[in-house]
Design a protein around this ligand. Structure first.
Ligand code: DI6
Ligand code: FE
Length: 417
């Protein structure tokens, strides 16, 4: 297998304990970067075999190298991981954006049959090719900003036929692009019109679909929108338990618009993550901390819905809950395709440090997807990198509205941006 050497880079390994993390003794440097100046990564096939300062590369390993890449002093980070998106859908909701700017609330529009339901109609009307082609465009935009792993939720089909179609499109995306796609079934996103007034019946139907979707290998996790305009705590429990009975990991859209005690429920079922969390209670934080559930914060939705209630960021940090950051790309509450803008907003709106924000889109995002083979530059991890035209990784959260990504490396193969 080819040994490749990626050298002449500043590495943001995100492994604070890395022996070569030279800048750690400088009082100004955040040790969370795991910075390595004059760094190099040796890969064998799709895996990292060695990481460190080039001067420390052992001679026998140097001799094994068959291909060298001079990164020209760039910053090298793990490939970004966007751990929460709703990328597959038809249409858009720019009109609804105008209505909200004129005073209508997101909840009012949803209760009037718009919102998620209007995207469901547009999605059902699209054939597979149209869904696939629009999702490819979106995935490519994320990839241009360094994304190597992407989670995609269903939730705009809301019938077995259409949920399966959307999940198949998501799987096909992962098969067609240099990108890992993890799929999540979010059939419990809203009650579809054919079940209007019969939410419990819809929940029963969703529970019965899960084994079919699993048998076809279509879902890596199950999610529910637990909220006043989504599903009740009891309905959420039914869906999550049905997933658990099939051995499928669970996650939850929890406490986005109100506190439903969803996070505590999800944590009690060892959820991989609880996402949004603007209205998370102290009890929810404690439950997530003891279960090791990741808090996925979504500054794009907070911003675009003009929310004023911040998620309890400091309390999550104090409790030791890992914080991930994602785009939540969707047509209703977060129509962004810029993970870098999300890093910036995680700092400006949620007061994370740039290092915490980047860890949120690498180390902790991997954890939110149950992946242990990526998110850091460390021996044994996948050779998934992003190469940046910046001097220091803090600039990834600093610039906004421009993209310094020069290339991605996926499983040891380089893709220029
Ligand atoms: N919360 C969100 O922000 C997205 N889904 C959810 O449960 C929004 C989905 C949409 O408005 O289309
Ligand atoms: Fe979402």
């Amino acid at each position: 297998m080819t040994h490749q050497l990626w050298r002449n880079a500043t590495l943001a390994s995100l492994c604070p304990g890395t022996p070569d993390a030279t800048s750690q003794d400088s009082a100004q440097e955040d040790p969370q970067w795991g910075l390595i100046d004059n760094g190099a990564v040796l890969t064998q096939g799709g895996r990292i075999e060695w990481v460190g300062a080039l001067r420390n590369l052992p001679a026998p390993l140097r001799q094994a190298v068959s291909r060298e890449h001079d990164l020209g002093g760039a910053v090298l980070t793990p490939g970004l991981i966007d751990c929460h998106t709703h990328l597959v859908y038809g249409g858009h909701r720019a009109q609804e954006f105008e209505m909200r700017l004129q005073g209508a609330s997101y909840e009012d529009i949803a209760r009037a049959g718009g919102g998620i339901r209007s995207t469901v109609m547009a999605t059902r009307a699209c054939d597979d090719e149209a869904l696939f082609n629009s999702a490819v465009q979106r995935a490519q935009a994320l990839m241009r900003e360094g994304v190597c792993t992407l989670e995609i939720k269903s939730g705009y089909g809301l019938s077995l036929h259409d949920e399966a179609r959307c999940l198949r499109v998501a799987r096909r995306l992962g098969d067609s692009l240099p990108l890992t796609v993890k799929t999540t079934c979010l059939a419990a996103h809203a009650v579809p019109p054919e079940y209007a007034g019969r939410a419990d019946d819809y929940v029963e139907a969703v529970c019965s679909w899960l084994s079919r979707l699993q048998a076809e290998g279509l879902m890596d996790a199950v999610d529910v929108f637990c909220d006043t305009i989504g599903f009740t705590l009891a309905q959420t429990r039914r869906v999550l338990l049905a997933a658990q009975a099939l051995g499928v990991p669970v996650k939850l859209h929890a406490e986005q618009l109100s506190d439903q005690d969803g996070a505590a429920l999800a944590a009690s079922l060892n959820a991989l993550s609880c996402d949004h969390l603007e209205h998370l209670s102290t009890k929810g934080i404690a439950a997530m901390a003891s279960a090791g559930t990741v808090a996925v914060l979504l500054p794009g939705a907070y911003y675009f819905l003009r929310e004023t209630k911040l998620p309890p960021v400091q309390a999550l940090l104090d409790a030791g809950v890992p914080i991930a950051i994602a785009t939540d790309h969707n047509p209703g509450s977060s129509p962004t395709l810029s993970p870098l803008l999300m890093l910036n907003m995680a700092c400006t709106l949620f007061r994370l440090t740039p290092a915490q924000a980047l860890r949120g889109m690498t180390v902790h995002a991997a954890q939110a997807l149950g992946l242990t083979d990526r998110g850091q530059l460390a021996v044994g991890q996948r050779a998934d990198f992003a190469v940046w035209h910046v001097n220091h990784p803090r600039e990834l959260a600093y610039w906004f509205g421009q993209n310094p990504c020069r290339a991605r490396v996926v499983y040891g193969e380089e893709y220029p941006v």
